[in-house]
Design a binder for this molecule. Sequence first.
Ligand SMILES: *Cc1c(COP(=O)(O)O)cnc(C)c1O
Length: 234
Amino acid sequence: MGVHQNLITIHRKIREYEDLYSRPPGSVRLLGASKDQPMERVKAAISAGQRIFGENYLQEALPKIALFANENLEWHFIGTIQSNKTKKIAEHFDWVQTVNSEQIAQRLNDQRPLHLPPLNICIEVNISHEASKSGIDATNLLSLAKFFSKLSRLKLRGLMAVPQHADSFNEQKMEFHKLRVLFDELNAKGFGLDTLSMGMSNDMEAAIAEGSTMIRIGTAFFGQRTKNLTIPPE
Ligand SMILES: *Cc1c(COP(=O)(O)O)cnc(C)c1O
């Protein structure tokens, strides 16, 4: 199945789930998770109208961002952040969804170029308490969220999570519900967050049922990932 057809299918499902779970039409945005995807497929997605992309690896992302610089795209960093990469991330991305410490937040703030608007941020939360998973523990979330009021070059937009793998709809829903509760708690305290980034190819329905405003779709959009990323001829 081609990228264009996949995009049509995903949009149809988003509409269907918005309707099914009483979500306002258009309340769920689609991020194309393009890590390990060849340029051709990103290009096909852009031609089909996709505008929001997420990348996990800086070295892979920078050439893509440069190649499509005239397309008015929105680039989200969604990978693990090493502190020696924050400068380039702050310079080249519109959003960073995987902030999980004050130290990383401070660096991104200090390195965000002044000619660019504030960098949009999601805090990544480890909702499944897995040692191997990245993200801040929920108990430390409020204090990190408060820290952003000191950082004028960053704008805290919401929360993001990659829950542990679960096969059943109800298990998936239970994990996403935890992030939803944390999101609602922060907003009850006046944080004004508008982005709940959760849901991937295999659990997008459960995520939308639990209030996701941004699903991050890789394989169901672009096909299987590959390490052979060729640049198409001009
Ligand atoms: C790879 C990735 C995705 C997309 O995963 P699929 O299962 O291919 O849809 C979403 N979010 C993050 C953070 C990822 O690393």
